[in-house]
Design a binder for this molecule. Structure first.
Ligand SMILES: [Fe+2]
Length: 256
């Protein structure tokens, strides 16, 4: 079975950059480009040549390094079709159902609108990994800047249905703050309390809390759990549809 090397590192104030590498094929992709210099430096340290840039959405802290990265490496920039005009240097526009060939891996594109209307995620089934940008976070979910709550919920529902052992890489380190909020809507969840403690400990040591894994999120992330009776009762919404409960959780987090 081919091996996918994954290198995650901090960029800007709380973004993550990720490089994925197929040694045998000699290809390397950057997931988003928060900061070209940091990404180029890490690639050089690893001895990897960046051949692809996979963009999740148009926000500046994900695309600010696009042109510099392309100029330095000649990489192919792949990004979301429905906001292609906002992705600097884009070469290939992709959407749900498209498959990007990367060495011996197939990268599947999922439309995950809500944070931005064109937001996409990249899923590599064979490597059991997904890069979800600012749609799903560890113990949280992205803010809804351009889409509607129902749209965002449908995107999260799609991610919920990936294989539970999928490693989830996200755009930001928000876990500690997310955990504090999550405990206000799901206070009796022991698994959540344990994850909150673990996140505090990791951050105190300067370590990353990411990647996370889908099965852990399904147990602890309130944004993926609007169906849970204890959460519904806490919010006083016993009979509302899931997306409305999700919308209420998102609204409360915005105000937290
Ligand atoms: Fe964003």
């Amino acid at each position: 079975m081919p091996k996918l090397d994954i290198e995650q590192f901090a960029c800007l104030s709380d973004n993550y950059a990720v490089l994925i590498h197929d040694e045998e094929a000699g290809v390397t992709a950057s997931i988003d480009a928060p900061d070209a210099d940091t990404i180029l430096k890490r690639a050089a340290e690893k001895g990897w040549r960046i051949t692809h840039l996979l963009v999740t959405h148009h926000h500046g802290d994900h695309t600010g390094g696009n042109l510099k990265l392309k100029e330095a490496t000649g990489c192919t920039i792949i990004g979301p079709k429905s906001e292609a005009e906002r992705i600097p240097g884009i070469d290939q526009a992709v959407a749900e159902g498209d498959v990007v060939t990367f060495g011996s891996f197939e990268i599947r594109v999922l439309d995950t609108p809500g944070h931005t209307v064109g937001h996409i995620a990249y899923w590599i089934p064979e490597a059991r990994v997904a890069f979800v940008g600012d749609t799903l976070f560890s113990l949280g979910a992205g803010r809804i800047f351009e889409g509607s709550a129902e749209m965002m919920w449908n995107s999260l529902k799609k991610l919920k249905e990936l294989p539970p052992d999928t490693e989830i890489y996200c755009g930001h380190e928000y876990t500690v703050a997310n955990a504090q909020f999550a405990m206000t809507v799901d206070p009796d969840n022991m698994a959540l309390q344990n994850r909150a403690k673990e996140a505090d400990m990791l951050r105190a040591k300067g370590k990353s809390t990411l990647p996370t894994r889908l099965d852990r999120e399904l147990e602890t992330n309130p944004f993926l759990r609007p169906h849970v009776t204890a959460i519904r009762e806490r919010l006083g919404m016993p009979f509302a549809p899931d997306w409305k409960v999700f919308a209420e959780i998102r609204e409360r987090k915005n105000k937290a």
